[in-house]
Design a protein around this ligand. Structure first.
Ligand SMILES: *[C@@H]1O[C@H](CO)[C@@H](O)[C@H](O)[C@H]1NC(C)=O
Ligand SMILES: *[C@@H]1O[C@H](CO)[C@@H](O)[C@H](O)[C@H]1NC(C)=O
Ligand SMILES: *[C@@H]1O[C@H](CO)[C@@H](O)[C@H](O)[C@H]1NC(C)=O
Ligand SMILES: *[C@@H]1O[C@H](CO)[C@@H](O)[C@H](O)[C@H]1NC(C)=O
Ligand SMILES: *[C@@H]1O[C@H](CO)[C@@H](O)[C@H](O)[C@H]1NC(C)=O
Ligand SMILES: CC(=O)N[C@H]1CO[C@H](CO)[C@@H](O)[C@@H]1O
Length: 386
């Protein structure tokens, strides 16, 4: 019993000569792990040598001043002074696997114990889709993923076109993988999707490109144009879609062949990678050329159309005013309603002023649609005068 107490006391004395120390170091750097033996502790007869061991691998790294493992990055800086001997373990070009516990011992005595904490900047080791591009139909779901390593463990965040998306992210614990799911993708989601992994050392990114396919969308809404017989009517139709339309032309409603009668000029141009513009000029030399038309576009995802009407104006006065109506609706009945609404409103004085105001706004708009000519307002105004 007494002997156990004595041994414990002796051990405590030895252990008090060092404290577990943690050294943090970065990849590729050099560290020196100190180990010093004071000569009082050396019994002249003790033949034991100072040894460095790696605890987790149970490797003897060095024996006195000699490195015993095959690793040219390791060396012992050996110093013998009057009162102490130093055997400093030097590791150059630190690697991830150098992480761990290092112990310097002399016989049964541990002289020093150091935990080497190798900090590793984040690295994205895998991602999906692998080729960094994703194409999806509008309305579908789409998934991206990034897996990152590093020490400390990196955190992964996602941005879609620069906006942080935190609610749509799933982290798979233990796999270091983060998944972003975008549901019911719209064409406005198209663009850049970034994942970035960061820890205390740095941040790394991966950038994906998201392409969203959608069926043709017309950017110029329904139009009603008023013309006289023998006028030339220029109509512009603009469509955006991905992929670009395979059919894009002017038709009479329910007809499968594009119009050919009365066309004076026709031009088709690309506005950008997703939008096309078709312009035609029709010479209205026959009453049959008035009436409804559709601008129709089809791509692999579907078909869409925009309607417009060329309405004949019977000239009733020499004074001419021009108006072009641009309404967001696309049915003929709405137009009939529109004109009757205008007529009703005009029955009292205050709204008459409103109409004149509208007229100004409309004439300004007219600049961008120079070739669209009509004289509806004139008729309305003459009604008011009467
Ligand atoms: C996750 O990351 C940590 C820290 O980088 C690493 O120790 C661990 O092995 C990784 N897990 C997997 C499954 O890759
Ligand atoms: C998908 O999004 C569109 C608008 O972008 C919305 O009108 C539609 O209801 C959504 N569908 C589902 C299933 O959420
Ligand atoms: C293409 O042009 C249209 C119309 O000017 C515009 O609304 C759209 O944003 C453009 N798209 C791209 C990808 O530039
Ligand atoms: C006008 O619009 C209403 C619905 O707002 C519709 O019930 C009515 O039939 C339309 N009138 C005409 C002449 O199209
Ligand atoms: C004219 O119409 C406006 C709004 O439509 C109404 O507030 C006003 O009372 C009407 N004036 C007359 C004289 O009917
Ligand atoms: C205000 C304005 O630009 N008005 C124009 C509307 O369009 C006609 C026909 O192209 C022009 O003569 C007007 O000057």
């Amino acid at each position: 019993m007494l002997s156990i107490v004595i041994i414990t006391l002796i051990l405590q004395q030895f252990y008090s000569t060092y404290q577990l120390e943690t050294i943090q170091t970065a990849l590729s750097s050099t560290v020196e792990l100190a180990c010093s033996l004071t000569n009082q502790n050396i019994e002249s007869t003790n033949p034991a040598k100072i040894v460095w061991i790696r605890d987790d691998q149970a490797d003897i790294v060095s024996l006195d001043s000699i490195i015993t493992v095959r690793d040219h990055r390791l060396s012992i800086l050996s110093m013998n002074n009057i009162d102490h001997q130093d055997r400093i373990l030097r590791i150059t070009n630190i690697e991830e696997q150098d992480h761990g516990l290092y112990r310097c011992i002399h016989g049964d005595i541990t002289l020093n114990e150091i935990f080497l904490d190798v900090l590793v900047p984040p690295r994205i080791i895998s991602h999906s889709p692998e080729h960094m591009r994703m194409t999806v139909r509008e309305g579908n779901d789409v998934q991206f993923s990034c897996t990152a390593t590093g020490h400390p463990t990196p955190s992964i965040i996602w941005h879609v076109n620069g906006l942080l998306k935190s609610d749509l992210v799933t982290m798979i614990e233990g796999k270091n993988e983060s998944i972003l799911i975008l549901r019911n993708v719209s064409r406005f989601d198209a663009g850049r999707v970034d994942c970035s992994a960061s820890n205390t050392l740095s941040t790394v990114n991966r950038q994906f490109l998201l392409y969203v396919k959608y069926k043709p969308i017309f950017t110029i809404p329904f139009q009603l144009f008023h013309f006289r017989l023998h006028d030339s009517a220029t109509i512009i139709c603009q469509v955006c879609s991905i992929p670009l339309p395979i059919i894009f032309d002017f038709f009479r409603p329910k007809q499968s062949d594009p119009i050919s009668n009365g066309i004076k000029e026709k031009s088709d141009k690309f506005i950008n990678q997703t939008c096309r513009q078709l312009t035609i000029t029709i010479y209205l030399n026959d009453a049959s050329l008035f009436g409804p038309y559709v601008c129709r576009a089809r791509n692999s995802l579907g078909v869409n159309h925009a309607e417009f009407i060329l309405k004949e104006i019977i000239q009733s006065t020499k004074r001419m005013k021009y108006i072009t109506e641009h309404r967001p609706s696309i049915t003929l009945s709405m137009i009939t309603n529109l004109s009757s609404t205008l007529m009703i409103n005009n029955e009292n004085e205050s709204s008459k002023r409103n109409i004149q105001l509208n007229n100004k706004i409309i004439s300004q708009k007219n600049q961008s649609y120079k070739s669209s000519i009509s004289i509806l307002l004139l008729i309305i105004l003459s009604f008011i005068m009467i």
